[in-house]
Design a protein around this ligand. Structure first.
Ligand code: C2O
Ligand code: CU
Length: 539
C-alpha cells in the first residue's frame, strides 16, 4: 500500500487542480482551486461485502462493535470503529440493514470497544429497552440482546451509538449505518423509475471529518467546539473524500443522511452556476404523498432526505455537483436576547460571531462547499417519469389546548439546556400519558444557534413555524411557514435561532408498562454535554 503523508496527500489534491504546492490549510487551497479537478475518488457504494453492504436485518445475528483499521483517506490506514456483521461468509462493515414492516429483529450487540456503548435505532418506535440509550449501555466485552418488531413506515432510518457523554466521539470514529425499511409504495416507485439499489438508488451519508498530520481521523475538541459542536476540515460522502461517481442521463434516487456530528448543509445540485431542480420525495419517516420540486433545502444533523434527481435536465456533459450552498450559520450566541444585537463588548472586539466557531483548518459553518461530483456519461435512452402520487402520510393528530413549551437555550456559562434542564439519567421532567396527543412548541432563543432536535420513540408532524429567519422563510410555502420537508413524518427537526416550531405528537404505542425515552439536540457535542431530557410515557 502506498503510504502517503497527509501533507503529500493534500498537496496531491491541490496539485491535481493545478495549484502550485500547498500553502496554508487544505481548505484555502480547496476553495481557491477549480473544484472539478479535485473530485477524483470514486464514491464508495454498498457492494456485496464491506462498507454499507446490504443485508436483511432479520438475517443478522450479531453486530460486533469493533476497532479496526480503515482506509478513510486513500492509501492511509486510520484507526476506525465499525459495526461488523458476518453473514453467510460475507464480512460487512456498518451494514445497510434492510427490513419490511412486521419483521422480527433479533440480534446481539457485542462490545469490543474499550468503553461502554449501546446501539440506538434512530427513528424506530421501540420500547425503551430496545430503543437503545445510555441507561442500557454495556461495558467493554459486554453484550446486549435486541428483540423487536419493525412497526414503522417504510423509510430510511439509521443506527448509531448512544452511550452517555461519548456518543459524539464514537459516531465520529465510524459507528453509523442505515436501516432501510421497504414496503409496497417503495417498490412501486422503484419499478416505475427502474431503480436499482447501489446503482441508481444510492445512499449518501454526509459527514465532516478532520485528520491529523498522518492523515488519520482525529477527534479533538477545543473548548469552543465543545460548546458549538464539531466542525471538520473535509466533508466526506460515504466516507469518501472528494468523491465522484459516473451517472447515466436518467433519474437517480439519493437517500441522504446527514451523519455529521454538528454541521448543517444547504443542499443543491448545480451545473456550473445553474441550480438544477430536484424532487423531495421523502423525509425521516418515509415517502411524502407527492414529489415536491425544489432547488435547495437544509438538512440538519441526523435528518434524512430522500430525493430524485433527473439528469436528463442537465445540459451537455458538464459535471453536476451536489453541494452545500453558502448560508448564514446563525451562531448568535453572543447577541443580546432583547435587542437582537451583539453586545457592545463583542462588537468592540470586531470578532465576527460567525467566524468564532471555526477551529483552525475547519470549514467554517455555512461555507459554500462542493460535496460530490456527478459525471454524466452517454447512456441508453430512459423514458420513465416520476409518479405524481407516492404514498399516504399519517395526518397530524388534532389537539386542543396549550402546547407544551420547550425552550432551547444556554446558561451563559457554556452549557446548553432545554427549559433550563440538563440531562440527568434518573430524571424525567416531562411526563406524558400513553395514547395522549400533544403539541410541543420548540422555541429557540435568539441568542442561540440552530439545534436539530430529535425525539425518541415517536415520529411527529411539524404543524407550524413561527419567526423563522429570512433564509428559512424564503424556502417556506405560505401555509404556517412550513418547509417542504415539514410535509413528511420527522424524528428530528432543525430549529433556528429565534424560531418557534410547533409539532404534533401521538403517544400511542403497543408496549406494556411505563416507557422512558429522551429528546435531545442531535448536535452530538450538545447531546454529550447535556442538551438532552428524559421523558416518561405513563402506561
Ligand atoms: Cu440519533 Cu438520541 O439519537
Ligand atoms: Cu444543539
Amino acid at each position: 500500500m502506498k503510504h502517503w503523508s497527509r501533507r503529500k496527500f493534500l498537496a496531491a489534491l491541490a496539485g491535481a487542480a493545478g495549484l502550485g504546492g500547498l500553502s496554508g490549510r487544505p481548505n484555502a487551497a480547496f476553495a481557491a482551486a477549480n473544484a472539478a479537478g479535485q473530485f477524483t475518488h470514486r464514491l464508495r457504494l454498498p457492494g456485496a461485502s464491506g462498507l454499507y453492504a446490504a443485508v436483511m436485518a432479520k438475517d443478522v445475528r450479531q453486530l460486533t462493535v469493533s476497532e479496526l483499521d480503515f482506509e478513510v483517506l486513500p492509501g492511509i490506514l486510520s484507526p476506525f470503529r465499525a459495526y461488523v456483521a458476518d453473514v453467510g461468509g460475507r464480512r460487512l462493515l456498518n451494514p445497510t440493514l434492510l427490513a419490511r414492516p412486521g419483521d422480527q429483529i433479533r440480534l446481539r450487540m457485542v462490545n469490543r470497544l474499550k468503553q461502554p456503548t449501546i446501539i440506538h435505532w434512530h427513528g424506530l418506535t421501540n420500547d425503551e429497552r430496545n430503543d437503545g440509550v445510555g441507561n442500557y449501555q454495556v461495558g467493554p466485552d459486554g453484550n446486549f440482546d435486541y428483540a423487536f418488531t419493525v412497526r414503522d413506515r417504510a423509510a430510511n432510518y439509521w443506527y448509531h451509538p448512544h452511550p452517555h457523554d461519548i456518543a459524539g466521539e464514537q459516531a465520529y470514529k465510524g459507528l453509523a449505518g442505515l436501516l432501510i425499511v421497504k414496503d409496497e409504495d417503495e417498490e412501486r416507485l422503484s419499478r416505475a423509475l427502474d431503480l436499482v439499489p447501489g446503482v441508481t438508488d444510492i445512499p449518501l451519508v454526509i459527514q465532516d471529518r478532520s485528520f491529523n498530520f498522518e492523515g488519520k481521523l482525529e477527534y479533538k475538541l477545543s473548548r469552543e467546539q465543545m460548546f458549538m459542536g464539531f466542525l471538520g476540515e473535509e466533508i466526506l460522502v460515504n466516507l469518501t473524500v472528494r468523491p465522484y461517481f459516473d451517472a447515466a442521463r436518467r433519474i437517480y434516487r439519493f437517500r441522504i443522511l446527514n451523519g455529521s456530528n454538528a454541521r448543517s448543509y444547504r443542499l443543491a445540485f448545480a451545473q456550473g452556476n445553474r441550480l438544477l431542480d430536484y424532487y423531495l420525495i421523502g423525509t425521516d419517516g418515509g415517502l411524502l404523498e407527492q414529489p415536491h420540486k425544489l432547488r435547495e433545502t437544509f438538512i440538519g444533523a441526523a435528518q434524512r432526505l430522500d430525493v430524485l434527481l433527473d439528469l436528463r435536465a442537465a445540459s451537455g456533459n458538464e459535471p453536476v455537483f451536489l453541494k452545500s450552498l453558502a448560508f448564514d450559520p446563525m451562531h448568535n450566541e453572543s447577541v443580546d436576547e432583547k435587542t437582537g444585537k451583539p453586545p457592545a463588548a463583542a462588537a468592540q472586539g470586531g470578532a465576527d460571531p460567525h467566524a468564532a466557531h471555526a477551529a483552525p483548518g475547519a470549514i467554517a459553518d455555512g461555507t459554500e462547499t462542493p460535496l460530490l461530483r456527478i459525471n454524466i456519461k452517454s447512456s441508453p435512452e430512459y423514458k420513465r417519469e416520476i409518479p405524481p402520487q407516492l404514498s399516504r402520510v399519517p395526518r397530524p393528530a388534532a389537539v386542543a389546548g396549550e402546547p407544551r413549551r420547550l425552550r432551547l437555550g444556554h446558561d451563559g456559562k457554556g452549557n446548553w439546556n432545554i427549559n433550563g434542564w440538563r440531562f440527568n439519567m434518573h430524571e424525567t421532567p416531562v411526563v406524558v400519558r400513553r395514547g395522549a396527543r400533544e403539541t410541543w412548541l420548540l422555541q429557540n432563543n435568539r441568542a442561540s444557534m440552530p439545534h436539530p432536535i430529535h425525539i425518541h420513540g415517536f415520529q411527529f408532524r411539524v404543524i407550524e413555524r413561527q419567526n423563522s429567519p429570512a433564509q428559512i422563510k424564503a424556502l417556506a410555502g405560505r401555509q404556517n411557514g412550513l418547509l417542504p420537508q415539514d410535509l413528511g413524518l420527522l424524528d428530528t427537526v432543525l430549529v433556528w435561532p429565534g424560531e418557534s416550531v410547533r409539532i404534533a405528537l401521538d403517544f400511542s404505542h403497543p408496549f406494556s408498562g411505563d416507557q422512558t425515552y429522551m429528546f435531545h439536540c442531535h448536535n452530538l457535542e450538545h447531546e454529550d454535554t447535556g442538551m438532552m431530557v428524559g421523558y416518561k410515557v405513563k402506561a
